[in-house]
Design a protein around this ligand. Structure first.
Ligand code: SF4
Length: 395
């Protein structure tokens, strides 16, 4: 896995004094950093495994922080669960100022090596570049951000500090995408151009570009073209089915066309095309299978610093990180009050939580996926060129 800590920006210099051998302090530091991360991951995984198997607990140590830096959004996507779920929308708190946001990042760093930013639309925050940049100073290993993309040209430099940049796009049909996102005509045309521009920067800026698509009743056939687009521009594609109150929408559950598409996606995922997500995750997510959830693996932090315990759906208690001082302290308080088992009806399909849970069940598959993602330009262009996947779908 490649990392994007400060060290990786130092240019590699060859030492001319010896043929075929050169000592490179930057690359040595990078290797030490990777070894540290590997060790910390194994330790956490083993600890969590013991918690599940021996202590019979569902409250596990977090692996990733998920920080919703604002609830404001400049789009009105028809399917957005943040809007459709009243519990989330009605409790929408205010953003913290930059200083307190940086305090939250420091607090989260005590317990997680990796962080993902989302919202709302995170680029609406004027200070978002500084926030993401601060993660480098704090030595976060993996830093990702999800955006609708329209403000990216104004915050170009953000790519310098990210490992993953995810842009939402549901179809290449610009008019339809405008309609699905509730934005004015021409917005999606701009977004597609922005995506191409950022796709071309991946290698130089050392980040992986991903597209997030939501499958709804409007865009099932369009996903094939979207796959083609992603494979050609060397972009990872992540797909999920539309949800209603955080459960798969009834329309998809009974739709033959949808399940045909899902079979193609799973097939391509297994063959190594840049479909994001472990095969297990994609099957669970897209075919709505039962799953065991360990929500504290990815604690969700709201714009005001509240950690929602045990997850943003059950939301039994909120602990503000500025008061608890750490995620682990908040989790301890939650466990003390609610016990070590989570009383979950188990029908929520929030992707982040399913990813985390599959991760505990299939660690090797998760590691393979991470490597595939970080290698970015490694996607097999030969199989993309021969369009084997299109033959199957008659495209
Ligand atoms: S399945 Fe959903 S509701 Fe249940 S614990 Fe996981 S995230 Fe929370």
């Amino acid at each position: 896995m490649a990392f994007k800590g400060n060290e990786s920006y130092i240019p590699v210099k060859k030492n001319s004094s010896g043929p075929g051998y050169y000592f490179d302090p930057a690359s040595l530091r990078l290797k030490i950093q990777q070894a540290r991360l590997g060790f910390s991951f194994i330790k956490k995984f083993a600890n969590n495994w013991l918690k599940i198997k021996i202590a019979k607990s569902s409250i596990l140590d977090p692996l990733f922080g998920y920080y919703l830096v604002t609830k404001r959004c400049n789009f009105r996507c028809r399917y957005c669960y943040a809007e459709s779920n009243e519990r989330i929308a009605s409790t929408c708190p205010e953003d913290l100022n930059e200083q307190d946001t940086l305090k939250i990042l420091k607090i989260m760093r005590k317990d997680v090596d990796n962080i993902y930013f989302s919202g709302g639309e995170p680029l609406l925050r004027k200070d978002i570049v500084d926030i993401v940049k601060a993660c480098r100073t704090l030595n976060y290993h993996i830093v990702g951000l999800t955006t609708n993309g329209i403000l990216l040209p104004r915050k170009h430099e953000i790519a310098e500090y990210l490992d993953y940049l995810t842009i939402s796009l549901d179809t290449l049909d610009e008019k339809k995408n405008d309609m699905m996102c509730g934005v004015k005509d021409g917005t999606s045309k701009k977004i597609i151009e922005i995506i191409k521009e950022f796709a071309a920067m991946q290698k130089e800026k050392k980040f992986s570009l991903l597209i997030n698509a939501v499958i709804t009743e409007h865009n099932i056939p369009d996903i094939y073209d979207l796959m083609d687009f992603c494979f050609r521009y060397n972009i990872g594609l992540s797909v999920i089915g539309q949800m209603e109150n955080l459960r798969p929408i009834a329309f998809l559950r009974n739709n033959k066309e949808y399940f045909q598409l899902v079979e193609t996606i799973l097939d391509l995922n297994a063959k190594g095309y840049p479909i994001i997500g472990m095969p297990d995750f994609n099957r669970t997510m897209l075919t709505f299978q039962d799953h065991t959830c360990y929500p504290t693996l990815i604690p969700t932090v709201y714009p005001n610093g509240d950690l929602l315990y045990p997850c943003e759906v059950l939301n039994s208690r909120r602990y503000n990180l500025l008061e608890t001082g750490s995620i682990s302290r908040a989790l301890k308080l939650g466990q003390k009050e609610f016990g070590k088992k989570i009383n979950c009806p188990g029908e929520c399909y929030l992707p982040a939580f399913i990813t985390a849970s599959c991760f505990m069940e299939q660690p090797m598959s998760a590691i393979k996926q991470a490597v595939k993602l970080r290698m970015g330009n490694c996607y097999n262009t030969e199989i993309v060129e021969n369009k084997a996947w299109k033959t199957k779908t008659g495209g």
